[in-house]
Ligand binder design. Sequence first.
Ligand code: SF4
Length: 90
Amino acid sequence: MHPSDIIQGSVYATILRANGHAVHPQGYIRQIWDGRVRYLPFDLLPDEKIVGLYHYRRQLLANPNLARFSVHPALCRGCGHREQGRCEGR
Ligand code: SF4
């Protein structure tokens, strides 16, 4: 499970809560492994965290130089930001 999966699921939950829906605090990631489907549980991030990430993303888009490089060079291979010349990568 990747952090981006947790963030994506949590964003959906935040949107649903903002529109008046009740949302369980636990989400699930659907994963297919060896031909079998599994649902991996995870704790949804609180709305305040999602809003903070939203503002952080806007800040990075406005000031790309503030962004940290990925922790591993392999993550940079095939990254759209590098292909578009927005980031040198590792
Ligand atoms: S190329 Fe830049 S944006 Fe893409 S993964 Fe590497 S450090 Fe991150």
